[in-house]
Write a protein that binds this ligand. Structure first.
Ligand SMILES: C[S@@+](CC[C@H](N)C(=O)[O-])C[C@H]1O[C@@H](n2cnc3c(N)ncnc32)[C@H](O)[C@@H]1O
Length: 233
């Protein structure tokens, strides 16, 4: 199983719901202030942000590279496809990427990815997303978490080394019959982007960075995230 699909399998047990809704509220208000009629949510996961935007009368499409995430999103009624954003042909008034998606992009692909986010927008369309700050990687994301359930055991171990967060996930899942467990494991990598580095890349592909909002997701001390508000120039 791909690491992204493994993450999709365990996401419901992570208990991030309240914090993520706090993030959706800020990103959602920013999106609504721009009055878009159409929105593409890139890395839409299980479709929750699309669902909130649908309720606000916006026509949405969610895209994600994990087939498992898309299966779950579609089963919940989201208009979603397992397709790379570079292959999307429609144009949208707004693009979003919520809850760490941009951090999943390796340095060698980030510029092409941002270019695809630019290309999928109408002229003057907005691109709104969050990224983790260095403080967030060093002080919030690192650590271990074990989740012990009746029919599952999940072990997560995250280490930040030289700009990359390596999150090792191991899932022991009890077979339907008998006492045996199957073991699945994988590593998700997330990459840290400095504010200045990312702003430069965005400007190089043609975006105007309108605003960068400091945000506290898990921490009440320093900012662990930034929300970027960009416009297609
Ligand atoms: C932490 S989840 C966030 C999901 C969702 N946006 C949310 O708010 O819950 C990150 C998502 O990014 C997706 N992803 C990672 N790299 C991607 C890429 N290059 N294009 C599209 N989706 C990607 C993963 O499959 C995963 O669903």
């Amino acid at each position: 199983m791909q690491a992204l699909d493994l993450y999709a399998t365990i996401e419901e047990y992570l208990d991030f719901e309240d914090e993520v809704h706090h993030l959706y509220k800020t990103i959602g208000h920013t999106v609504l202030s721009k009055n878009p009629k159409t929105l593409i949510d890139i890395g839409c996961g299980q479709g929750e942000f699309c669902h909130i935007m649908d309720l606000n009368g916006i026509k949405t499409l969610g895209v994600d590279l994990s087939a498992k995430q898309i299966d779950i999103a579609v089963s919940k009624g989201t208009n979603a496809k397992c397709i790379d954003v570079k292959d999307v042909e429609e144009k949208f008034d707004c693009a979003t990427a919520t809850f760490d998606v941009i951090n999943y992009l390796p340095k060698k692909y980030i510029k092409k990815f941002l270019q695809s986010c630019y290309d999928v927008l109408q002229d003057k369309g907005n691109f709104i997303f969050d990224i983790n700050s260095l403080y967030g990687f060093e002080n919030v994301a690192q650590g271990t978490l074990n989740i012990d359930l009746e029919d599952k055991f999940i072990a997560i171990d995250a280490n930040f080394e030289e700009g990359t967060l390596y999150t090792d996930i191991t899932l022991f899942d009890k077979e339907v019959k008998g006492q045996k467990y199957t073991k699945l494991s994988g590593t998700i990598e997330q990459y840290c982007y400095e504010k200045s580095e990312l702003s430069l890349l965005l400007e190089e592909v043609g975006f105007e960075v309108e605003n960068i909002i400091n945000f506290n997701l898990h921490s009440s001390e320093e900012y662990d995230k930034y929300i970027y508000v960009c416009k297609k120039g």
